[in-house]
Write a protein that binds this ligand. Structure first.
Ligand SMILES: Cc1cc2nc3c(=O)[nH]c(=O)nc-3n(C[C@H](O)[C@H](O)[C@H](O)COP(=O)(O)OP(=O)(O)OC[C@H]3O[C@@H](n4cnc5c(N)ncnc54)[C@H](O)[C@@H]3O)c2cc1C
Length: 467
């Protein structure tokens, strides 16, 4: 570990992008300091975002017996009366383990850490102030801003930590509500809405726009919406929120612009996040942010307008995923120290851990049509697979899109059990520029859900002109 105040690189934030950059730089022999203001390393990803929400989901699916209900009926439960405590127990255990792995990764690679809030004093100097007010100044040749985001908290929402929460707070909820309003049908809102619905909480999902998850293939979203309605999730699309109040009985009353009222035990406000840049003193280095606190970078290098200062992760905006953030961190560290990482593959997968899962890679049918590429689609339903029968799956579908000109795979879109794992087969074929023939000619393990690839491939093949 470096005991001095001088480093080759200082990283502000220990989330996926900061951690990957720090380890990459350390692996090539550079001295790195990671500054983290949270009590423990890991970032939003470990403490309030990815891992907590996915752990909560897994716990809910296990304790509710969700995956077995296709066979044993909708009233099947593994545990009756699931409490917030049941959910928290597994959450804390998982998070402790994640942090431990991370701390070990830092110490194994000789990455130094400083606990406190970092702010720029000058382009090469960072002041780190701890919780008790003590501060220390560090210098480095290269800087990486990996500070991530925080929930957007508009004034009209009466956040109270009791029954009106943002998406960082919801993971520590004191007790399970009987009814929940979720405002914002983005990825986070949809995930939590469907996780709570799987716990038999009566959920209303409110979104001011007429559609949601617009980057996903429309046919998939139709399938998804059908399933949500079937389990009584109330969708209020095209419904702007006029006001939110907690009434005398402690209920949360959300008034919509169309005059409707939604009265629930609890409300989750999940309509966006903003870059956590306001305390970085970016004026000292001349870096500007947009209205959501985000920083613009050069896409291939992650450099900001100040060449030795890089930014990566959610603070640079879309796609705001832990998976892509890690790659951005690696690219920044490589560029800073003169390594040339290969260009990232054209397509990366998107996973939405709703119940049911959604995952997608490549072009949607809407994009293919817009680009005027001649195409054909193949559809497989999970209930057509033997694995699906064994698992009692009544829902789940895969859609593949192929070019009828080149026969190449253009996109894979999956909604249903295991979607976020299954997608990687499609991702590999897509990035290796494979064609429909891969799915027709290859043998797949049987019985598996991956067999859906063959079924969807054959479905498209049946409609395509033969070579
Ligand atoms: C509810 C939720 C669910 C999600 N689910 C998924 C998912 O399933 N899959 C997926 O790929 N992505 C998911 N994401 C997104 C994922 O969490 C983010 O893309 C990822 O965490 C971004 O990483 P980052 O490197 O930008 O840093 P972050 O994880 O955002 O961490 C930034 C860190 O910087 C620290 N920091 C900020 N300012 C300072 C400062 N001035 N000084 C010192 N430290 C500072 C913060 O304390 C924080 O620890 C989810 C996000 C949320 C909110």
């Amino acid at each position: 570990m470096n005991a001095s105040n001088d480093f080759d690189m200082i990283v502000i934030g220990s989330g996926p992008s900061g951690r990957r950059a720090a380890v990459q730089a350390a692996k090539i022999g550079k001295s790195v300091l990671v500054v983290e203001k949270g009590r423990r390393v890991g970032g939003v990803s470990v403490h309030t975002g990815t891992i907590p929400s996915k752990t909560l989901r897994e716990t809910v699916l296990n304790l509710s017996g969700w995956r077995e209900r296709g066979f044993y009926g909708r009233s099947y439960r593994v545990k009756q009366n699931i409490s917030a405590g049941d959910l928290m127990a597994r959450l804390h255990k998982t998070l402790d383990h994640e942090v431990e792995v991370l701390e070990h990764q830092f110490s194994r690679n000789g990455v130094s850490t400083a606990n406190g809030s970092g702010r720029f004093l000058s382009p090469h100097e960072i002041e780190v102030t701890g919780e008790t007010g003590e501060s220390r100044v560090y210098n480095a040749g290269h800087m990486l801003i990996a500070c991530g985001t925080r929930p957007f908290r508009p004034d009209y929402v009466p956040f109270n930590g009791i029954n009106v929460f943002d998406s960082d707070e919801i993971i520590e909820l004191p007790k399970l509500p009987r009814s929940l309003a979720v405002i914002g049908a983005g990825v986070i809102g949809v995930e939590y809405a469907t996780i709570f619905s799987a716990l038999d909480v009566s959920v209303t999902l409110i979104e001011p726009r007429n559609s949601f998850l617009d980057f996903i293939d429309k046919e998939l979203i139709e399938e998804f919406m059908h399933e949500l309605r079937d389990r009584n999730v109330a969708l209020r699309l095209g419904a702007a929120v006029q006001s939110i109040n907690v009434n005398d009985t402690g209920k949360v009353v959300t008034s919509l612009a169309d005059g409707r009222l939604v009265t629930t035990d609890m409300l989750l406000f999940a309509a966006g996040r903003v870059g956590a840049t306001e305390t970085l003193n970016l004026d000292a280095v001349g870096i500007k942010t947009d209205h959501r606190g985000r920083i613009v970078v050069e896409a291939n290098t992650m450099q900001t307008s100040v060449p030795h200062i890089y930014a990566a992760g959610d603070v640079i905006g879309f796609p705001s995923l832990a998976s892509t953030s890690m790659e951005q961190g690696r690219v920044a560290a490589c560029h800073a120290f003169g390594l040339q990482p290969p260009p990232p593959p054209e397509f990366f997968p998107y996973g939405i851990y709703s119940v049911p899962e959604i995952s997608t890679v490549g072009m949607t049918e809407e994009e293919v049509r817009k680009r005027e590429i001649p195409y054909e689609c193949g559809i497989a339903r999970f209930r057509e697979t033997s694995r699906g029968h064994i698992m009692g799956l009544n829902t789940g579908m895969m859609k593949m899109i192929f070019s009828t000109k080149t026969r190449r795979l253009l996109g894979v879109h999956i909604v249903g059990e295991g979607a976020t794992e299954l997608i990687h087969i499609g991702q590999a074929v897509l990035n290796l520029k494979g064609t429909i023939d891969y799915f027709i000619e290859n043998t797949f393990n049987y019985p598996t859900l991956a067999e859906a690839y063959k079924i969807a491939g054959l479905d498209a093949w049946n409609r395509m002109a033969r070579p």
